[in-house]
Write a new protein. Structure first.
Length: 166
């Protein structure tokens, strides 16, 4: 199987679950956090919604240097904004994958903070890592929602809040 169709399929499948999870985030709880060391729901959900845009960043660049480009999250004020951001990020990521080629995805991409190099990986590996980050942070969000007694949607089958597959 070719790499790009596989990445596009995975993006589309994970987007379904991510949408269902982000739809559950209540605007009135955006500043809630389960622990002082935890992100608040707004920050966590915004990060999840932005992560698909990493695909286009990776396709179009050869590195991210946090020292040169500090992270500034998108301002989100309600659940509708959150879902719009997700759709924008997904569209950017999909378009980047559709326009690139497999040779480009096998080139090296660097994550750094100035002189400190965090990782050097093939672009395809960084894209897969971004997908894994979405799943990881989505699970974190599920714990946050559970603590707020908000029903959790299933990811790869039904959740404890669902009686059957959706």
């Amino acid at each position: 199987m070719e790499i790009i169709p596989m990445l596009l399929k995975e993006m589309a499948e994970e987007a379904k679950t991510t949408r269902k999870m982000l739809e559950r985030v209540p605007t009135d709880k955006f500043d809630w956090r389960p622990h002082p060391k935890s992100m608040n729901i707004r920050s966590l959900a915004t990060h999840i919604a932005e992560l698909p845009s990493w695909v286009s960043m990776v396709v179009d660049t050869y590195e991210l240097d946090f020292a040169a480009a500090p992270y500034t999250p998108t301002e989100i004020n309600d659940t509708s904004d959150l879902l719009e951001l997700l759709e924008k990020s997904l569209a950017e990521g999909k378009a980047a994958l559709e326009k690139t080629n497999e040779e480009e995805l096998l080139k090296t991409w660097v994550l750094r903070n100035g002189e400190q190099i965090y990782s050097e990986s093939k672009k395809v590996e960084v894209i897969r890592m971004a997908y894994c980050q979405i799943v990881h942070h989505r699970a974190q969000l599920g714990v946050f929602l559970r603590l707020l007694d908000i029903p959790i949607p299933g990811s790869y089958g039904p959740s404890a809040d669902e009686n059957s597959f959706n």
